[in-house]
Design a protein around this ligand. Structure first.
Ligand code: ADP
Ligand code: MG
Length: 718
């Protein structure tokens, strides 16, 4: 038996099981071994069936039999029933509306049932208990009816299951695999010295502990080990990429201090301390002769563009190596056309006095500043003309969308690349941009996406971090209110006052269309389409309302956004996809529906849309939740100074599972558990850094190389 042996060779599979395993993505022994339990049940709190009394809420374990489904009971409600039995007695189980459960479980299965004991015609039964199959049944010593070994171990694993394979089946199949002796053949990819330092179980022990723990803390240690492993290998990869990148040669950019000071003194505002510090750090990187790779994190409105402008100035006033004429060039890439245009306009303001040309390239056209006829304005030019000027170095600053990195765009001396909202650009794209030039350009990625620091360190472990954690002075804080359902009308009146005064409003809804009433949990979420209709009919009849959501085409979205920008639309009802970073200065109010459904950092980011104007801004977070805890959590929005803090707070409050799906980032949910643990992430990072520093090619660690090769095939970032 090998790791690559198909499961079908371990145990005979019914066609239904083949289908189910395929659905779960499990085909080999290795897949199954790494299909970890989602949680663990405990039989310690169980009650014996013979002792149950009417009205009690209990947990019982037993074997299920006599399963029957019917519709004949009153009013055609589909129902099923069965009998649950342990060594002390029997009880009837009835399912209304959930007859499928009976089919999923199957005759003779061992289950755990949790619910209330009811009585009808002097017979006890449980209706619609929470039910799941279990891997074993706890028995008092010597009382086993079912011929299993009595054990004092009360912990059992619970696997995610699907129709055809139960949790119980997984447990027993994995036990069978264990018995084959395969665990003895596994080679632990983590060096023993590291396991020792952090007191982590080795691979073999961890496998046993995660699938069949004798104590709860065994399972905890095992999970810790596997999440450490994943983070550690991500870090190794990142640190290796980083080291590789830093070996490249880059243009030395060392601007004249007085000129740069002069340039920055022209900004219509004094720089914040955080902006100055970031600029200094960047200038330092610029001097090293090796390419910078830096992530600039800062909330919406923290002034990342000004940092980018100062760094740009430093680059374009530097001469190409060995030349007394010409400029180095800068590319500034934005995720959308609207944003690219916005940056183009900001840069025109920053660079007008320098006489330096700025180009804009997007899918829908090209522009150049200054125009021949109007030295203060821009002009449309043909793509081929623009590309010619970029290639010969006459336009040293080129701003654009993805169009920037197409083959036909050639630079003369590309020395510095700025990427706005970098999470939307893949690693491969970054690499591509870097590879096709005479020297590796310095990279500055900018993001306002507030994710916890541990996640940043993991996902962007190949980048250095700068944080703009200080808002420009003099900004009026947004007035934020958490609005409970009873205060809805009152709040609309406040919003109306703003509309009367000529301001505009965003309304953010959790969904696009009306929910499917058959799906649990979606019922109360308001939708963009319905809410827009409702507001028009019942609340804001006199105002123009438009909608924006992710199912619209980019052109449709841009039209809607432009109408809103121009003030034609008063109220924009949208999903949370309203483009990050788009600024409409006259929009001063944002209403967020179903606030309890969003992460705090996300709410904070949404709130950032109304930060830009000179008028007082308002954010009303409507909560449908009655839970004090949930509303308290939302209350943190009132106090927070930046989104990164909120991301951290939410991570501690709600855990990584609720907030972030590992899939979104290409890592497993188990690895996401580690994100909650700063110490572990730092440990994984430090170990990876140390190993790469000592042995860049990992020549003395063949197991690491092997493991990293399989990983590269599986992991895809962004
Ligand atoms: P973001 O970090 O979201 O990209 P921007 O760079 O677009 O933020 O800046 C937001 C606004 O704040 C712009 O209008 C900009 O001119 C202004 N701004 C930037 N830095 C400062 C500062 N230090 N003081 C005052 N206003 C600033
Ligand atoms: Mg920005």
């Amino acid at each position: 038996m090998k790791l690559t042996t198909p499961i079908s060779e371990v145990t005979r599979l019914a066609p239904e099981q083949v289908k189910a395993l395929k659905k779960l993505g499990l085909s080999t022994i290795e897949d199954l071994l790494y299909h970890f339990p989602t949680r663990y049940g405990d039989t310690a709190a169980k009650r014996s069936i013979g002792s149950l009394l009417k009205g009690e809420a209990v947990v019982i374990f037993g074997k299920i039999s006599n399963l029957k489904t019917s519709k004949a009971f009153y009013k055609k409600i589909p129902m099923a029933e069965g009998t649950l039995e342990d060594e002390t007695g029997k009880i009837k189980i009835i399912w209304f509306h959930q007859a499928y459960l009976a089919k999923m479980i199957g005759e003779g299965a061992f289950v755990r049932a949790e619910g209330k004991v009811t009585e009808r015609k002097s017979e006890l039964y449980m209706s619609n208990p929470k039910i799941e199959t279990v891997t074993k049944i706890p028995f008092a010593v010597g009382e086993s009816l079912f011929g299993e070994e009595a054990e004092d171990n009360t912990i059992y694993p619970v696997y995610s299951e699907t129709k055809g394979v139960t949790s119980n089946w997984m447990f027993h199949t994995i036990q069978k695999i264990f018995k084959s002796g395969i665990l003895e053949t596994l080679i632990d990819p983590i060096p023993e010295s590291i396991l020792d330092i952090y007191n982590l179980p080795n691979l073999r022990t961890a496998m046993i502990w995660i699938h069949a723990p004798r104590r709860k803390d065994n399972a905890v240690s095992a999970r810790k080990r596997f999440s450490f492993e994943e983070i550690f290998f991500i870090q190794l990869q990142k640190q290796q990429n980083r080291a590789l990148w830093h070996k490249e040669n880059a243009f030395v950019i060392d601007p004249r201090k007085d000129q740069l000071e002069d340039f920055m003194a022209r900004f219509p505002f004094p720089l914040t301390g955080a902006q100055k510090k970031s600029i200094d750090t960047i200038l330092n990187d610029f001097k090293s002769g090796h390419p910078m790779s830096r992530l600039l994190e800062g909330d919406v409105g923290s002034g990342k563009t000004a940092v980018a402008a100062a760094a740009t100035y430093a680059a374009i006033t530097t001469r190409p190596k060995g030349q007394t004429f010409g400029n180095l060039e800068v590319a500034y890439m934005a995720p959308t056309e609207i944003l690219a245009q916005q940056h183009f306009e900001s840069f025109i303001q920053y660079f007008t006095h320098t006489g330096i040309s700025v180009g804009l390239i997007t899918g829908s056209g090209c522009r150049k500043f200054p125009s021949k006829v109007d030295p203060r304005g821009w002009t449309n030019i043909s793509r081929s003309q623009l590309l010619k000027w970029v290639a010969n170095g006459e336009i040293p600053i080129l701003i654009g969308t993805h169009a920037l990195i197409t083959k036909s765009v050639k630079f003369k001396h590309l020395a510095f690349v700025i990427i706005d909202e970098q999470h939307r650009f893949g690693t491969a794209q970054r690499q591509k941009l870097a590879e096709k030039h005479e020297a590796a350009p310095h990279l500055l990625s900018m993001t306002a996406t507030p994710i916890p620091r541990t996640l940043t360190l993991t996902l962007y472990g190949d980048l250095d971090l700068s944080l703009l954690d200080e808002m420009p002075a003099g900004r009026k804080p947004i007035i934020t209110e958490i609005v409970l359902p009873t205060k809805r009308d009152e709040t609309y009146e406040k919003v109306r006052k703003e509309l009367v005064a000529g301001r505009q409003t965003y309304v953010i809804c959790p969904r696009i269309d009306e929910p499917d009433p058959n799906k649990e949990g979606t019922l109360n979420a308001r939708s963009v389409t319905e809410e827009a209709k409702r507001l028009k009919c019942d609340v804001f009849q006199d105002y123009s309302i438009d909608i924006l959501h992710s199912k619209m085409t980019p052109i449709e979205k841009e039209k809607v956004m432009n109408k809103f920008k121009e003030g034609v639309t008063d109220i924009l009802v949208a999903t949370s996809v309203v483009e990050v970073g788009v600024s409409v200065a006259n929009a001063t109010v944002i209403i967020i529906e179903g606030g309890e459904r969003f992460g705090l950092a996300q709410l904070h980011q949404l709130r950032g849309r109304v930060l830009r104007g000179n008028h007082q801004a308002y954010c009303f977070v409507f909560s449908e939740s009655n839970s004090t805890k949930s509303n308290e959590r939302l209350g943190a929005l009132k106090k927070a100074s930046n989104g990164f803090e909120l991301a951290e707070y939410d991570l501690q409050q709600r855990g990584s599972g609720v907030l972030y799906s590992g899939k979104q980032w290409g890592v497993s949910d188990l690895a996401m558990e580690a994100i909650q643990n700063m110490k572990m992430v730092e440990a994984a990072r430090n170990e990876a850094k140390r190993i790469i520093a000592e042995d860049f090619t990992l020549a003395s660690y063949p197991t690491l190389i092997e493991r990293m090769e399989t990983q590269t095939e599986n992991i895809h970032f962004e």
